[in-house]
Design a protein around this ligand. Sequence first.
Ligand SMILES: C[S@@+](CC[C@H](N)C(=O)[O-])C[C@H]1O[C@@H](n2cnc3c(N)ncnc32)[C@H](O)[C@@H]1O
Length: 237
Amino acid sequence: MDSEHIGDSEWSELQANLEATIPVYDRINRFATLGQDQRWRKGIRELIPTNSSVLEIGCGPGTFSERIVGCEVTCLDPIPAMLEVARTRINKARSERGENEAIFVEGTAEEIPLPDCSFDVVCCLFSFRDFQDKRKGLQEMLRVLKPGGQLLICDAGKANFLHGWLGWLWMKLWVGSYARLICKQSDHPWKWLTKTYVHFGTTRKYKKMMREVGFFPVKGRLLFPGMAVRFIAVKPE
Ligand SMILES: C[S@@+](CC[C@H](N)C(=O)[O-])C[C@H]1O[C@@H](n2cnc3c(N)ncnc32)[C@H](O)[C@@H]1O
């Protein structure tokens, strides 16, 4: 694993562990981020113009897309069990709001099984870190965006080595202890959060990568209290 790639066997193991987090996913996220994850997701949703066609890459159990209002929503994830939980949850919320159903697609960011130039907005909440090939994922997300469309990414923040070390300490001690308690096992699936974070690159690295694949302009900044990073990247007209 490095800041750009995750090898096949490690990625398969990561996927199995992500699937195992489903029953406690929201609960542990709340604890791990001191409740800030909801605010970060809301901040990304507020950047989506009404009536947009939105693609969420790595939708997980639906925590983000459940609350997108007034848009056409497509959710993509490689784990069928995640898609099933997301389908039930998101379509229940959409039907209560009188909106049509979202679309659910099994696949990866690196090979998005959807046509070119089909979305106004592509969102990636806490899934970019898990991509097997981050550059390829960015190229694919650029391909499916309409010209002028925006890519919105939120993930664990890493400004530099020291910040990364503090983040690692937080995940290892705070999140790890809680996850051990909740999952009632020392070999709990949240260990992978720390593993993928250790190899995650800095904000500067991914801003550069986004520009290299063709996004412009690209912005990236840490979100208060510094545990997360948000990127906003535009597909040029
Ligand atoms: C931590 S969950 C994030 C869920 C959700 N987006 C949220 O806001 O909490 C990460 C998700 O990314 C998915 N994922 C992992 N690798 C991926 C890839 N290469 N392409 C697309 N999704 C991927 C996982 O299956 C998992 O459901």
